[in-house]
Design a protein around this ligand. Structure first.
Ligand code: AGP
Length: 599
């Protein structure tokens, strides 16, 4: 993970570069640092903690050469020594990724003094080792040694040169008047320029005395890359009066649904986006595999139920981090659509599987949220339209993913002449019920305060409520740091029931559906073991549950295929209010990052 920035050009305020770095904080925020040239002298500032602390360490000085970094630790704890940049003499480097063979390189550089515990530090030592009088040659010699995923930016205050290298981890170059700005993503540099070069694997972007050249060390030749003019705009990343981005994003879900379906349903018919529709119309599909990580994987699990029951297709969902290492040589690609789901469109595991399958000529559809992300650019995309999501815990993007998956499967059902009555009409109105849950947030706030001291939670649900149980538990874990287990309720008797006592409450997802009585039996089994039950009900199950469970949260009764969209919202709010009540940093929880670009 980590975010990296580099700049060479007309003098700019060092603090302007920190402002750009701040936009990459979603990629990691456990330590930060920068190196810049002050009249040819290398200045270094590093801190454990957030970028905010760095502002206090730089004055209002200007520089024409600077690199900066925000870190998500992989090798070595977060402290100011392990923070980047790493410096040797006049060279300084910032790195995003993992140098897998860093121990071998350390052995090779026997005798060199390493200051940090990081893998990244070997880069600058290696370049220094090969550096005689030509920096470009030493970079070329060095990159051939490196194994793993890496994007790095290196500066040299002696020559005044700046170099950016890309292998798997993302890196883009902004062309500005009289200079260059390098970054891990496009949104962070849009305010500098809209003229962007996206580097490809093996590219070395070398800037010396105002000019640049790109050499690809895999192809062993100089290459040209297109300059793309970015036309899209950033969404508004402001809290708009909300205490946290996460709360704002939870509250935006009604609008997100409206935006996500806009133009994709016409006269009660699903039409999707033209390019996607044309592709699906010309493709034979009998199986759908959903591939994703974290929350996006949970959306994929919901997609499985939609594919099986609505579109009549064989389907399963797999974690990208697992599927990445499956030997796929015997996997049947015929008639199978692989759907990749990713909010960021940059998740390393997800992208890696997608690229591998693309290489095998598999049928691929991507569902990214970030326009301009690697996934968006490299694959046929059916994007969600949730807008910018800043809170590390995914909320509104999950809802948008569910909508896209529902539309996709209803389209595939239509293609097979499967008649599904009424559902499309209900999709058009579901946003109203989302808004009405959000209006009654105070009950959930009260519930969260009442239950905030419990150390363990169980989340249970059956059928479409099972992935939602997983998602509710994930939200609680990631922002409240409370242990939460989630199971399909029918699995409880196979082991997890042993955990139930009065110290482990269960959040039971109990809207009315075909399994109403099975669910009731499971609730009774929990109560018989002195377990407390918070039930998520609707008007039909409320009457059944009211004398049995301890607390109830009510959502509207809707078609069971739309229940995931309503059911997840109280769970997001519950996790949010507990985390806030406990005083945690809701938007940037410990140990996490918004975009997971390492394995
Ligand atoms: C969600 O709350 C998480 N922070 C995380 O699980 C996330 O969903 C996962 O890393 C996948 O990210 P992506 O959707 O950007 O690929």
């Amino acid at each position: 993970m980590c975010g990296i920035v580099g700049y060479k050009g007309k003098p700019v305020r060092v603090k302007d570069i920190l402002d750009t770095l701040k936009m990459l904080e979603y990629r990691g925020y456990d330590s930060a640092g920068l190196a810049y040239s002050r009249d040819g002298i290398l200045e270094l500032r590093k801190v454990e903690g957030k970028i905010e602390k760095l502002y206090g360490l730089v004055d209002d000085s200007f520089t024409d050469l600077v690199i900066a970094h925000t870190r998500w630790a992989t090798h070595g704890i977060p402290n100011d020594i392990n923070a980047h940049p790493h410096v040797v003499g006049t060279l300084a480097v910032v790195h995003n990724g993992i140098i897998e063979n860093y121990r071998e390189i350390k052995n090779y550089l026997n005798g060199y003094q390493f200051k940090s515990e990081t893998d990244s530090e070997v880069i600058v030592h290696l370049v220094n080792y090969f550096y005689k009088d030509n920096l470009f040659d030493s970079i070329l010699a060095s990159v051939k040694f490196l194994k793993g995923a890496f994007a790095f930016v290196l500066m040299d205050t002696k020559s005044g040169d700046l170099v950016a290298v890309k292998m798997e981890s993302p890196i883009v170059i902004g062309l500005i008047d009289g200079g260059y700005i390098v970054s891990s993503d496009i949104p962070s540099i849009i305010k500098w320029t809209r003229r962007i070069i996206t580097l490809e694997n093996g590219d070395i972007f070398y800037i010396s005395s105002g000019d640049f050249k790109i050499f690809n060390f895999i192809e062993n030749r100089f290459v040209r890359r297109n300059i793309e003019i970015i036309s899209w705009d950033l969404g508004i990343a402001e809290k708009s009066g909300y205490k946290h981005f996460m709360l704002k994003e939870i509250n935006e879900q009604g609008k997100v649904i409206r935006d996500t379906i806009a133009g994709r349903i016409e006269k009660n018919e699903i039409i999707l986006d033209e390019e996607v529709r044309n592709y699906l119309d010309s493709t034979d599909i009998r199986n759908i595999v959903y591939i994703a990580c974290g929350t996006s994987y949970h959306a994929g699990l919901v997609g499985v139920y939609y594919s099986l029951e609505l579109a009549g297709l064989n389907s399963h969902a797999v974690h990208a981090s697992e599927y990445r290492y499956i030997d796929k040589s015997r996997v049947s690609l015929d008639d199978t659509l692989f759907v990749f789901i990713s909010q960021s469109g940059e998740t390393a595991d997800t992208l890696s599987v997608a690229r591998e399958l693309k290489g095998m000529k598999a049928k691929i559809l991507a569902i990214p949220n970030v326009i301009g992300s690697s996934m968006y650019r490299e694959f046929l995309s059916f994007p969600t339209r949730a807008g910018v999501e800043i809170g590390v815990a995914a909320t509104k993007t999950f809802t948008a993913q569910l909508i896209n998956l529902l539309l996709l499967n209803l389209y595939l059902a239509k293609k097979k002449n499967i008649q599904i009555d009424g559902l499309v009409h209900e999709i058009l109105t579901i946003h109203e019920f989302v808004d009405s849950i959000l209006e009654s947030y105070d009950q959930i706030l009260e519930l969260a305060q009442e239950y905030s001291d419990y150390q363990h939670f169980m989340y249970l649900g059956r059928h479409l409520m099972y992935p939602i149980a997983l998602e509710g538990a994930l939200k609680l874990k990631e922002i409240s740091y409370i242990h939460a287990e989630a199971y399909p309720a029918g699995e409880m008797k196979h082991g997890p029931i042993a955990l139930i006592d009065n110290k482990m409450p269960t959040f039971y997802l109990y809207p009315y559906n075909r399994l109403v009585n099975k669910n009731l039996s499971n609730i009774q089994e929990i109560k018989a073991r002195k377990g407390k039950v918070i039930a998520l009900v609707d008007k039909k199950t409320k009457e059944i549950a009211k004398d049995i469970v301890d607390r109830m949260i009510e959502i509207r009764y809707v078609n069971e295929y739309l229940q995931p969209i309503l059911a997840v919202i109280p769970l997001q709010l519950f996790a949010y209010y507990i985390a806030d009540w406990k005083g945690f940093n809701v938007d940037q929880p410990r140990n996490l990052a918004k975009s997971v670009t390492v394995e």
